[in-house]
Design a protein around this ligand. Structure first.
Ligand code: FAD
Length: 390
């Protein structure tokens, strides 16, 4: 590990590896720091990503894909099932252990130096500019100077706050997530199976995302408003007990999901926040892989042109890129999430009953969400805009 680089990227998730890849491609001296011992080993994710979202970056590689998914089932509290086919854009369940690792290899192949089991503890700040990080390396402090620090340190990000960026998330907008991996189970293995309602996942949803014909990531996220009363784990255990009582849980993971508005200004002189660290997550679905990759990619792309003076003002192309690409859309999706989270179980059932009358081949997610915001008709137009990719 050297004492100085052009760019230090903190965090080896999709956001960090994309940032490291792009700034390395631009010829900068880059290092990526990851606190776990192997990139991809501690991923917390349902692993769902759309094919088109992945193709935006790379050709899909078979080793990244656990399962291709053709349709989506949304199950209402009383058990009405709405099925929509993914027509133009299919969905994949990734193997993020391999995917995240391969992304970091791509960055390494372009010259990025990667260090694992290294924790970034503090920022070095001089004359109102972030000038590097202090890391814990085998119990010792080590100072790494850099012109630019890209913080891709995920949901638990400390670096943004240390630089004075407001990173707090309201309790109601911090979903509490839990997921088990189960195998040898009977599932609709071509479907994203989702369940809504106060009994199953208040203020959120439960998912069964198939990893193979008989195994799945089964998880749920509930709004932080409800988790103090009954934990996400309890909700999930109850569902598992009812549906898969004879099956042993193979793997368990927990994690927060910031289903909030993105941070308004995720930059400081010498510092750019990307991915979950900047709350770049789709607040309606909780999906964040694609936007984390986009933010990382854009931050990496602008790095070479600002490296001699990485002031906030010169970072405006990064802000413009993410705003045009997904931030505006996420703000609209946040409003839709707010409307959906106010629906009662009987609202969900009424909507499901009315939507279920639409012929199967005409039913789309846009139609379902248009019905779901019926209490706030002004949002119907927004639903159409975001779900048809305005
Ligand atoms: P991360 O992937 O979290 O990477 C951050 C990295 O930084 C980690 O490797 C961490 O170890 C490292 N790090 C943190 N602090 C430090 C430090 N101080 N020093 C060094 N390294 C550090 N999204 C989807 O698109 N589809 C899904 O199906 C989906 N399901 C989810 C299910 C659950 C239960 C949860 C919790 C999230 C889910 N998400 C899903 C969200 C998705 O996982 C994240 O949005 C995505 O991983 C964000 O990528 P990132 O690179 O910003 O952060």
């Amino acid at each position: 590990m050297k004492e100085s680089y052009d760019v230090v990227v903190v965090g080896g998730g999709p956001a960090g590896s994309m940032a490291a890849l792009e700034s390395s491609k631009a010829g900068l001296k880059v290092c990526l720091l990851e606190k776990t011992s192997k990139i991809g080993s501690k991923v917390r994710c349902g692993e769902a990503m759309s094919v088109n979202a992945l193709k935006y970056f790379f050709e899909v590689q078979n080793r990244w894909v656990s399962k291709e998914i053709s349709h989506c089932n949304i199950n209402s509290p009383s058990g009405v099932k709405l099925t929509t086919e993914f027509k133009d854009d299919k969905c994949l369940i990734l193997d993020r252990r391999k995917f995240d690792y391969d992304l970091s290899l791509m960055a390494e192949n372009k010259g990025c130096e990667i260090f694992t089991s290294v924790i970034a503890k503090k920022l070095i700040i001089e004359n109102n500019y972030v000038k590097g990080v202090v890391v814990d390396k085998n119990g010792e402090d080590f100072h790494i100077k850099a012109n630019l620090v890209i913080a891709a340190d995920g949901i638990e990000s400390r670096l943004g706050r240390k630089a004075g960026i407001k990173t707090q998330v309201k309790m109601k907008d911090m979903a509490s997530g839990i997921e088990y991996f189960l195998d040898d189970i009977d599932i609709d293995s071509d479907a994203l199976d989702m369940y809504v309602g106060s009994e199953v996942a208040p203020g959120g949803y439960l998912w069964i995302f198939p990893k193979s014909n008989n195994s799945a990531n089964i998880g749920l996220a509930i709004s932080g408003k409800y988790s103090p009363h009954k934990s996400a784990e309890k909700y999930l255990n109850e569902f598992i007990e009812k549906r898969f009582s004879k099956t042993k849980i193979k793997k368990k993971l927990t994690g927060g999901i910031p289903v909030t508005r993105p941070i308004e200004k995720p930059i400081k002189n010498g510092l750019i926040l990307v991915g979950d660290a900047a709350r770049h997550i789709n607040p309606l679905t909780g999906g964040g892989i694609a936007s984390a990759m986009k933010a990382g990619m854009y931050a990496g792309k602008v790095s070479s042109s600002i490296i001699d003076d990485p002031s906030e003002v010169r970072m405006s192309p990064y802000i413009k890129f993410i705003n045009d690409d997904f931030i505006k859309r996420h703000k609209i999706l946040y409003n839709i999430k707010e409307a959906v989270s106010k629906l009662s179980d009987s609202d969900f059932d009424r909507i499901a009953m009315s939507v279920s009358k639409i012929p199967k081949d005409k039913l789309t997610l846009a139609k379902i969400f248009k019905s779901a915001v019926y209490k706030k008709p002004s949002l119907v137009f927004d639903v159409v805009r975001v779900l048809t990719g305005y």
